[in-house]
Design a protein around this ligand. Sequence first.
Ligand code: AMP
Ligand code: MG
Length: 433
Amino acid sequence: MNRHEHGHRHHDEAMLSVEDALERILGHFHVLEAEETPLLDALGQILAEDAVSAHDIPPLDNSAMDGYAIQAASVANATEESPMTLRVVGAVAAGELPSTSVEPGTAVRIMTGAPIPPGADSVVPFEETDEIERRNSGHDITEIGIKIAAPLGSDIRPAGQDVRENTRVLSAGTVLRPSEIGVLASLGFGKVKVVRRPVVAILSTGDELLNAGDAYSEGKIYDANSYSVAASVLRYGGVPKLLGIARDNLDSMNTKLREGLEADMLITSAGVSKGDYDMVKDVLADHGRIAFWSVRMRPAKPLAFGVLNAGGDRQVPHLGLPGNPVSAMVAFEQFGRAAIHKMMGKTGYLKPRIQAILDEPIYNTDGRRVYARAVISKQNGDYHAKLTGNQSSNLLTSMAGANGLAVCPEDLSVKEAGETVEVQMLDWPEDVF
Ligand code: AMP
Ligand code: MG
C-alpha cells in the first residue's frame, strides 16, 4: 500500500465528529435551480426572485365597516339624543365602484371593503345610526340618522396601506409559509418562482426485507427504513422516489442503483456496518466512489457517503444510512435533512433546540454524542425530558413515542438526572407549549 492509499484509508475510517461529517456531506450539495410552480405547491419552498407589487393593496381608499360614507362636517353636531339626518343618495358594495358622490347633507350606504365615494371623508358604522329602527319600520331607507360626530377619516382604510405599488414585498430567499403564500396571492401571483424540490431516491438493502403490504413470511422483516426516510423527505420538502429493496447481491444492487441516478440524491439504508463493507464497496466502485465513516454519535455510528457517476459530468451524492431503523432515522435527521435543506436554498440546517431538565440519566459509555429518544413536556414552566426507555437502535416504536432527541455530549460519561440537557425537537406537540 502506498502512502496515498494509506492516508486515504486512514482518513475514511477515523472517527468523525457529527459536525465534520455534516460539513463533508454538505460540501457535495448545491442549491438547486429555480422553477416556476403553482402558488400553493410552493409551500415551504424558497422564493427565487423578489416579489414586486403591480398595484396598491388595497387598491382604493375603502370602508373598514358596514355603514354610511359621509362628510364629517355634515354631522359635527350629531349626538345620540339628537341625530343628524342625512339624505341617502346611493349604495356601494365591495367590488363595485361608487356611482354617486357624497355632498354636504348626504350619505352613501357602504359595505366593508367598498371604495369610498368621491366627496366622502368618513364612514359611520351602522351601529352609530338609526339604520335598525328604520329597517324595522319596513320602509325604504331614503334618509339616515347619524348619532355621532364622526372624526375626519374615521373607518376609512387608505389605498396602499398594506402594500405600495412597485415595491418589493418579499425578497428572494424567503421561506414560503402560509402567510407568504397569502401575500403572494394578494399580489395576484398564481405561479411563483422557487428553488425546486430535490428528488431523493431511496433504496433499502437486505435479503431479509419484505415490502410493507406484502404477505408476511417467517424469518423476514418488513422494510421500515424506506418508509420512515421517504416520509422524512416529504416532510422536509423533498420528493421521495422509492426504489424498493435491493437484495444482498451485486446484480440486484447494481440494477437498483441505476434507477437512482436521475435523482438529486440517493439514500440507501443498511450494508454500511463492518461486515457488509465489501459488497457495497464493490458495487459502488462500478458507479462512483464511497467512503465509510465512523461518526462519533450513538445511534448511527456507521455511515457511508459517496458520489455516483450519473453520466457525463453529473454526479449524484449518496448517503448510506445504517440499517437499524432508529439509526437510519437519527442519521437522516442530522445529515439527510440538512442536505435537503441546502438543495432547497434554506440556510438553517438544525432542528429547533431547547434546554430541558433531564428526568433520568443518559449514560455515554464510549465517548460518542448520544441522541437519546425523549418525551419533552412542560411542567411548571420548565421543559422536562423523559427518555422513552430502552435505547437500542432496533426499537423503532421508541422513536414513534419520542418528540425530541436529548443530546449527551461526547465528552461526558453521563448526563445526570436534574441536569439541563439540550434537546433537538422532532415535533412540537401541544403539551410542550
Ligand atoms: P445491516 O446494516 O444490513 O447489518 O442491518 C442492520 C440491522 O438493520 C439488521 O437487523 C437489519 O435487519 C436491519 N435493517 C436493515 N434494513 C432495514 C430496513 N429497511 N427496515 C428495517 N430494518 C432494517
Ligand atoms: Mg443487511
